[in-house]
Design a protein around this ligand. Structure first.
Ligand code: IMP
Length: 504
């Protein structure tokens, strides 16, 4: 007879934090959100630490190079998606590693023969109003000119007008040579009252653009996460099928940490993948594994050599695994059990294996709850998909801006390697949906806003760092009726009051 699983299956929204004593020291400016990313022995430090406990999901609609750079600038890490050719994924990793702060490689480049309609479509999709023009439309093609919103008037110009007719041609642009420092580029920008400066190589090919606004904002990145060569830290997803081909390319491209992207991690496939990496790279390559939802799954992956373990099955916003297969577990209960198992394993083996809570974060306070329940860091998909920097299109649907967001298990992503049952694609079926999420603007502002709330709640719990939060937090289950009490109730809301929408 099947046995009854003893653990519970609660979700984040069923819990609240009971405030503890806070002293005069408990002010948000004094709170540190530093957290370990990979395992370490008792008395030692993690080889990789994040300045904020946020990672972005291994998903096509979330973790491309642009978001990876923006998140590393705030102190977190993206895992570039693995549901693409290994060479293409490695190229994205390289793009992040070779990014020089302030030097932007354009992802919206035009060709001279494109039309004004193309320009407007691209502007709408990416939000960029400045677009370089190259001979072949590639980011490093022969530089032909630049288009900004000053070069056309939508109300007057014919949409079929060609870019070469209204761009500012290269001969009239002030450019700088490859190798120019950011400081020198900035001086040119100021001296000539420019908004952007194209950087070109000796053959006239576009290398990057320097924007006036980026130089100013670069000074305010106190949390940015850099390696010893001053490149941004970036992670990359792998799967349990083509690792022998994919891992070497990602390592060569400079990925700082890998993560096995699998919906169900308590499997021999994961162990085989970890074994292969250890055999070929020892401990020099860091790799997380998952997803699991109980202590048994955690121990299996910890003993198999995972550098961190990811928790969560069926709780993702685009996920229909529970409906399709009837497997999974409430994210909060899964996390609590796994974190307990991590602490026991640390006691016993003297090795601390960080735990990542993956999926199901809807409100900012869910972040604090997950951290209080013991998560070392979080992985979020929907949250990041809403930002300018995510790789998807921004669309206007019924008068509101939205971004597209689809699951890795959806028909659109076709990420069958994530659902490993031996690699036979004929046995696969969809476990995710294709959806829209409300557009929310730039990553920086949103992350700052969410973490201000996390810091503030930590102060109410008397905690100045994440270890202290775990020790001091008092977590309580709430009844269904007290959930109603928790929102605005028994008042008639004014239509203009949008402050009651706390979903992030
Ligand atoms: P979210 O932050 O709630 O949107 O959840 C994101 C997480 O959902 C990812 O990190 C994955 O673990 C998981 N996920 C991604 N795509 C799918 C899918 O198609 N089906 C089920 N889970 C998915």
């Amino acid at each position: 007879m099947a046995h009854f699983f003893e653990g519970e299956s609660h979700t984040f929204s069923e819990y609240l934090l009971v405030p503890g004593y806070s002293s005069h020291e408990n002010v948000p400016q004094g709170v540190s959100l530093k957290t370990p990313l990979v395992k370490f022995r008792r008395g030692e430090h993690s080889a990789l630490t994040m300045n904020i406990p946020l990672t972005s999901a291994v998903m096509q609609a979330v973790s491309g190079p642009r978001l990876a750079i923006a998140l590393a600038q705030e102190g977190g890490i993206s895992f570039i998606y693995q549901s693409q050719a290994p060479e293409q994924e490695a190229k994205m990793v390289r793009e992040v590693k070779s990014y020089k702060a302030g030097f932007v490689v354009s992802d919206s480049t035009l060709t001279p023969s494109m039309t004004l309609a193309d320009v407007l479509e691209l502007r709408n999709r990416t939000g960029h109003s400045t677009m370089p023009v190259t001979e072949d439309g590639s980011a490093h093609g022969l530089f032909c000119g630049i288009v900004t919103s000053r070069d056309y008037r939508v109300s007057r110009d014919d949409p079929s007008k060609r870019v070469c007719e209204f761009m500012t041609p290269a001969q009239q642009c002030i450019t700088a040579q490859e190798g120019t420092t950011l400081k020198a580029a900035n001086d040119i920008i100021w001296d000539h009252k420019l908004n952007q400066l194209p950087i070109v190589d000796g053959e006239g090919r576009l290398v990057s653009l320097v924007f006036r606004k980026d130089y100013d904002s670069h000074k305010s990145l106190p949390n940015e996460l850099l390696d010893e060569h001053k490149s941004y830290i970036v992670g990359a997803g792998i799967n349990t099928r083509d690792y022998a081909e994919r891992v070497p390319l990602l390592v060569e491209a400079g990925a700082d940490v890998l993560c096995i992207d699998s919906s169900e991690g308590f499997s021999e496939w994961e162990k085989l993948t970890l074994d292969w990496i250890r055999e070929h790279y020892g401990n020099t390559v860091k790799v997380g594994a998952g997803n699991i939802v109980d202590a048994e799954g955690f121990r299996y992956l910890a003993e198999a050599g995972a550098d961190f373990v990811k928790v969560g099955i069926g709780g993702g916003s685009i996920c229909i695994t529970r409906e399709q297969k009837g497997i999974g577990r409430g994210q909060a209960s899964a996390l609590i059990d796994v974190c307990r198992a991590r602490d026991e394993y640390f006691e016993e083996a003297g090795v601390y294996v960080p735990v990542c809570s993956d999926g199901g974060i809807v409100y900012d306070y869910h972040m604090t709850l997950a951290l209080a329940m013991g998560a070392d860091f979080l992985m979020l998909g929907r949250y990041f998909a809403r930002f300018d920097e995510s790789p998807t299109r921004r669309l206007n649907v019924n008068g509101s801006y939205v971004k597209e967001y689809w699951g890795e298990g959806s028909a659109r992503a076709r990420n069958w390697a994530r659902y490993d049952l031996g690699g036979d694609k004929r046995l696969s079926f969809v476990e995710g949906v294709d959806s829209y999420v409300p557009y929310a603007g730039p990553l920086k502002e949103n992350v700052e806003g969410s973490l201000t709330k996390v810091r503030s709640t930590m102060c109410n719990c008397g905690a100045l760092d994440l270890c202290e939060l775990r020790e001091k937090a008092k977590i309580t289950l709430v009844s269904a009726t007290s959930l109603v009490e928790g929102g605005a109730h028994d008042v008639i809301l004014k239509e203009s009051d949008s402050s009651t929408n706390f979903r992030s």
